[in-house]
Structures are given as structure tokens and as C-alpha cells.
Design a protein around this ligand. Structure first.
Ligand code: 3PG
Length: 305
């Protein structure tokens, strides 16, 4: 059986070594496609593989069609909006993610972004501290919970909105649950976004919510670019000279935002939330282990389709 790791943005070497060990110990063969620049390379590489590990690489219907022997695809990470689940299901291919495995790296970046934005993007001048500020966690999943925990160490007052998590569970972490998304935005100096990109959430963060933020408010996006209504974000930042936006996924209009808002806007050059050796190892090894368990025992834990 052949297991392909196809990563436009490769894992750290240690992670690849660990994946290889798991795959070969199980008696399978590891194939690698790293830093590919054209999707045609992916079509070729998947042609005879039984299993596929990807990061944010797009597994489209065309990729699935090209992978005649594919039985399982694992997104080594949390968000699986890059997988065409319908195409997988139509071919009886199991799709999985590796929830929680890279969350700490993303959470640390979100906190780092808050400090960066409140310290004038590390330019000279008077900044502000995180201590005593109100932080709103928008979606209290694995990353949101970790951001909350770190933020409490900074002395921040942490709030969360997540209609899918019982209020008691949020309260037990010393976080104040809020019952409406509007309340979260009107309460919080910082919003840390952790919603997935789905048909319901796409473009859902726009004028209506951002205009409610208190003076000097800062939106931190380590989730997905698609959840932002970029035109409305631009409009509200033009109207409110106090608002800030920091993102790990550059908006389509990044150049315009940068020139208009200078130190009120920052986007990383390439998504780096999960770019730590630890996150690569955790997510990569989990993906390989899940594939071996599925191929050997039919274990479908973490299936998402
Ligand atoms: C995730 O959903 O796990 C993160 O967005 C990480 O994505 P990456 O593996 O492309 O860095």
C-alpha cells in the first residue's frame, strides 16, 4: 500500500521522518510530493496511492478522480474546507482531520499578534498592554480554548461565544460565555476568530459586527480569510480610525489595506499559524497513525464525511 504526503508547504524534516517510520513499520510505502508548484504534479502523484496526507492543499474532485486507488485522505490539521467531501463520499473515500494537534501553535500566534498590534507593530511610540483588556473568543473549540487559557495568564478578561458549546463548560474554564455574537463584539477590545469556513460562516464577519467593537478594538484572524467580508472590513476601518485588523491569511485587498492603514493592519506573508516543529510533528504523526489504523483495522475515528 502507498501513502502519499502531498504538501505544497512541507512539514519540518523531523515530522516527515516520524511519518516515514510509522508508515514503514506498518509495512507500507511512503511517497513524498513537497513544494509542488502546479496541480498537475499532484494529479500525477496521487495516481496509484491508497492514502493521502495533506495540509491546506486543495483536494478537489479532479484530484479525487485522478486517485484511482484512494481509500483515505487525512488533512493534517483542523480545518477541512480544502477537501471536497462530496467527491470523497461519492467514491467511498474516508476523509479525516487531526483535531487539536496543531492548536497550540495557532493559539500562541494569536496572542503574539495581539501584542504586536498593541505595540504599534514594534515601531517606536506608546503602546498598550493586554492586561485588563477584554478578549472575545469567537468559537470555543480547541484553538479558542487555548487562546483563552494563555490570555488569562496575561490578566485579560476572557469572554466567548459558541452556540455549540454548553455555557457551563466555558464557565468551568474561568471564561464568561455570552449568548449573542453581537454582545461578544460590543464587549471585546480584541476578538480572536476561530470559526471554520462553511457556507454559513463565509463573509459573516463584516460591518454589522465590527462597527460594534469598543474604541481601539482589534480583530485577530488565525482562522480563514473566507469568513471576512473584506469590502465591509475596509469600510469600517475607513470610518473608524481606531480599529485594527491582524490576520494570518492575507485578504485579497492586502496591498490596499496596508497602504491605507499602515500600523492598523498586518497580514503574514504566508499562513504560519501551524508552522512550528511541534505542530508539524503532532499533526503529521497523528495523520500517519490514523491512516495505518484505518488501513489495518478499519478505524474511522476522526472521519469528517
Ligand atoms: C488548520 O486548519 O489546521 C490550519 O489552518 C493549519 O493549516 P496548514 O497546515 O496549512 O498550516
Amino acid at each position: 500500500m502507498k501513502i502519499l504526503v502531498a504538501t505544497e508547504k512541507p512539514f519540518a524534516k523531523l515530522a516527515v521522518d516520524g511519518i516515514r517510520e510509522i508508515v514503514e513499520d506498518a509495512g507500507f510505502e511512503l511517497c513524498l510530493l513537497e513544494k509542488y508548484t502546479d496541480v498537475s504534479e499532484l494529479y500525477l502523484a496521487v495516481a496509484d496511492v491508497d492514502a493521502l496526507i495533506v495540509r491546506s492543499d486543495k483536494v478537489t474532485k479532479e484530484v479525487i478522480d485522478a486517485a484511482k486507488n484512494l481509500k483515505i485522505v487525512v488533512r493534517a490539521g483542523a480545518g477541512f474546507d480544502n477537501l471536497d467531501l462530496a467527491a470523497c463520499t461519492a467514491r467511498n473515500i474516508v476523509a479525516m482531520n487531526t483535531p487539536g494537534q496543531n492548536s497550540n501553535a495557532v493559539a500562541e500566534l494569536a496572542i503574539g499578534m495581539m501584542i504586536y498590534m498593541f505595540r504599534n507593530c514594534f515601531n517606536p511610540g506608546t503602546g498598550a498592554e493586554l492586561k485588563g483588556k477584554k478578549l472575545g473568543i469567537h468559537a470555543y473549540g480547541n484553538v479558542g480554548r487555548l487562546v483563552a487559557n494563555i490570555a488569562k495568564g496575561f490578566g485579560m478578561l476572557v469572554y466567548a461565544f459558541d452556540p455549540f458549546i454548553p455555557a457551563d463548560k466555558i464557565k468551568a474554564d474561568g471564561v464568561t460565555p455570552l449568548d449573542s455574537v453581537e454582545k461578544l463584539y460590543s464587549t471585546s477590545h480584541f476578538i480572536s476568530l476561530h470559526i471554520p469556513a462553511t457556507e454559513e460562516t463565509k463573509k459573516s464577519i463584516g460591518y454589522h459586527l465590527l462597527s460594534k467593537m469598543p474604541k481601539g478594538g482589534c480583530l485577530v484572524n488565525t482562522a480563514r480569510k473566507e469568513v471576512i467580508n473584506e469590502d465591509e472590513l475596509l469600510k469600517v476601518m475607513e470610518e473608524r480610525a481606531d480599529l485594527k485588523y491582524c490576520t494570518d491569511i492575507a485578504p485579497t485587498n492586502a496591498e490596499e489595506m496596508k497602504s491605507k492603514f499602515t500600523t492598523r493592519f498586518f497580514a503574514t506573508p504566508k499562513k504560519m499559524g501551524a508552522e512550528t516543529a511541534e505542530a508539524n510533528i503532532n499533526a503529521g504523526l497523528a495523520a500517519a497513525t490514523q491512516i495505518v489504523k484505518f488501513l489495518k483495522k478499519g478505524d474511522k475515528t476522526f472521519q469528517v464525511n
